[in-house]
Design a protein. Structure first.
Lengths: 313, 287
């Protein structure tokens, strides 16, 4: 580890008072550059990431002046609490994609605000952690300087969980009218959730319209799209780092990218970078360097130092 | 120290913090799990597996440490240097550095829990590290969980894992085991499921013969193996068991029936309760 970096083991209380263990990595010069980044790992793993890639990334960023928090959410890694046993892992991924760890992440952000008092706060997430980051940032978009996602899944995971599999299979085989009714129900739910909040009305209307779009995949993550819409409408920059060897990348290209490109007013607010020879878990040395470089170049761009080119490779 | 949360384990306290490593400037990320009430007097160092296998059983070992502390055994479980949150680079660490880390854990546990006896629970390659550490620190008991019985075969499997990645992501095997070994000897690293293996660890594994370690260990030992169904014979482990010295009798051999698999985690299980129970009972027999 670089002598210019310091690490601190921390315990962060979640909303129920259980301790989530984390590591705060920052420059030796405590002030750093005034920016903090909260890293959300993929979900049911641990804060260092596969082959310690998140720890190494945090050290790289700390050397450049950023304070970085990585933490284990309730029930995973070192943290207290328990996730129920016996649930298929892919069902957990799906729960993560539906916001399982949003409250934990908000608690971690509150902690960073108190302890670090950053001038700018970024959220970073890998896989399902990218969805968590987007959902959290969308709840309070003015509080975040940017969101960075690696290998973001735009479709909900397929699951071996019997109920979820039946739901997916049923959705695919359903007659056209039933599909339409389902989409209508989803759109209404989105609209009803936004009632009484003038601030969220416009993005929710747009998300509801998207939910009616019959071209969207049955497992399309509408909550993510809704969050993304809100981030874009509030001008929160989003950096999408897509792993070129990953299944999530063609799904993003096919299911999500066109929705973003259809909104010229969003151009410059989102930026997709395709990492060459990179797998979902960023297991290769060259791809890790590539990822770090993309983030290091991307954050100043998000901060407005460099003109962004929305949607370019 | 934070409160533990499972009702059944409410008798334990815990803390995660950095501790000094064996060399200047080095440090380990350690989890301390201490009984809240009376201690059994036997402290437990958990020597985890290495690399991707450590990640595979991460939560299970946290759960084991909590469970042992609830049963009255102060426990420590740290990341080896080069892994997890500890200092250093995976490619530059080897067996010797990890044995030093096991010693560091034993010393730290002693400093916070004043144990009369020390036991090591070694998992997979951690079992080999436990045997190596037992030559350097006074260990009364070794629980060897799913032990790596042949380090050289284990080393070969690491290279094979890289070839699986090549096939998966590069469309075929571009470098076979011999080419990978040559590359490692030339100072390159190869990815083993994201852990960048270097020659120091692979070379040490190829050279290590655990037989003298087994023969010289004079304390109590228990070998534990995982099975999906009860009653499967394990002649490989039976043979390995026979190689232990007779000073304290042959190690026990215990089957743990669990859905746990090293190949992957398909269903979430936070802890392997039969393993936790068996080790706590076995340690308790020595009171």
């Amino acid at each position: 580890m670089s002598p210019h970096v310091r690490r601190r083991a921390v315990g962060i209380p979640n909303r129920d008072g259980l301790v989530m263990y984390g590591v705060l990595t920052g420059p030796q010069d405590e002030a750093g550059n005034g920016s903090a980044i909260v890293l959300c790992h993929a979900g049911v793993t641990s804060k260092a990431g596969t082959g310690e890639y998140l720890r190494l990334l945090a050290e790289d960023l700390a050397e450049r002046g950023y304070v970085v928090l990585r933490f284990d959410q309730t029930g995973v890694g070192d943290s207290q609490g328990d996730l129920p046993d016996g649930v298929p892992i892919d069902a957990y991924y799906r729960r993560v994609q539906g916001g399982l760890f949003v409250a934990d992440t908000e608690a971690a952000i509150d902690w960073v605000r108190r302890e670090v008092q950053p001038r700018a706060l970024y959220l970073f997430g890998h896989c399902g952690g990218g969805i968590t980051a987007s959902l959290v940032a969308a709840k309070e978009p003015e509080a975040f300087a940017g969101v960075i996602s690696v290998a973001l899944p735009v479709l909900l995971s397929q699951s071996n969980d019997d109920a979820m599999r039946a739901q997916d299979a049923g959705a695919a085989d359903r007659p056209l009218l039933a599909k339409l009714a389902r989409r209508l129900g989803r759109a209404l739910r989105i609209l009803v959730r936004g009632l009484g909040s003038a601030d969220t009305a416009a993005p929710r209307r747009r998300a509801a319209r998207a939910a009616l779009d019959p071209r969207l995949h049955e497992r399309f993550n509408h909550a993510l799209h809704e969050a993304f819409t809100r981030l874009m409408d509030h001008g929160v920059p989003v950096l999408l780092l897509m792993a070129s060897l990953d299944n999530e990348t063609p799904e993003f290209d096919r299911e999500f990218k066109a929705l973003l490109q259809a909104r010229p007013d969003w151009a410059g607010r989102w930026h997709a970078v395709y990492l060459p020879d990179t797998d979902h878990s960023v297991m290769f040395e060259a791809s890790r360097a590539c990822l770090t470089n993309a983030i290091v170049a991307g954050i100043p761009r998000m901060a407005g130092d460099v003109t962004a080119q929305g949607g370019t490779r | 120290l934070g409160e533990n949360v499972r009702t059944v384990r409410a008798t334990a306290r815990e803390e995660c913090r950095f501790i000094d490593g064996a060399r200047d400037g080095d440090f380990l990320y350690a989890r301390f799990h201490l009984p809240r009430k009376e201690s059994s007097g036997t402290g437990v160092v958990i020597a985890p597996p290495v690399g991707h296998e450590r990640l595979r059983c991460y939560r299970e070992l946290v759960s084991l440490a909590r469970s042992l502390a609830s049963a009255g055994h102060p426990a420590i479980f740290a990341d080896y240097r080069g892994e997890g949150e500890s200092s250093g680079c995976y490619a530059e660490t080897d067996l010797a550095s990890r044995v030093e880390d096991v010693e560091t854990m034993a010393r730290e546990l002693e400093s916070v829990a004043s144990c009369e006896k020390l036991a090591i629970v070694g998992v997979r390659l951690g079992a080999v590290l436990a045997l190596l550490a037992a030559k350097r620190v006074e260990v009364s008991a070794l629980a060897l969980v799913e032990p790596v019985t042949s380090p050289s075969v284990y080393a070969r499997d690491l290279l094979r894992a890289n070839m699986i990645l090549q096939r998966q992501y590069q469309g075929g095997i571009r470098r076979n085991a011999a080419a990978l070994k040559a590359a490692l000897q030339a100072g390159e690293t190869v990815s083993v499921y994201g852990f960048h293996l270097g020659w120091p660890l692979l070379g040490a594994l190829e050279e290590l013969d655990p037989l003298p370690l087994q023969k010289s260990f004079a304390g109590r030992a228990l070998i534990l193996h995982f099975e999906h169904r009860s009653g499967r014979a394990r002649p490989d482990l039976e043979g390995w068991r026979q190689e232990f010295g007779r000073a304290a009798g042959r190690p026990g051999l215990a089957e743990i029936v669990t859905p746990f698999s090293w190949a992957g985690k398909n269903v979430w299980i936070a802890g392997i309760e039969p393993l936790e129970r068996k080790i706590a009972e076995w340690l308790g027999e020595d009171r």
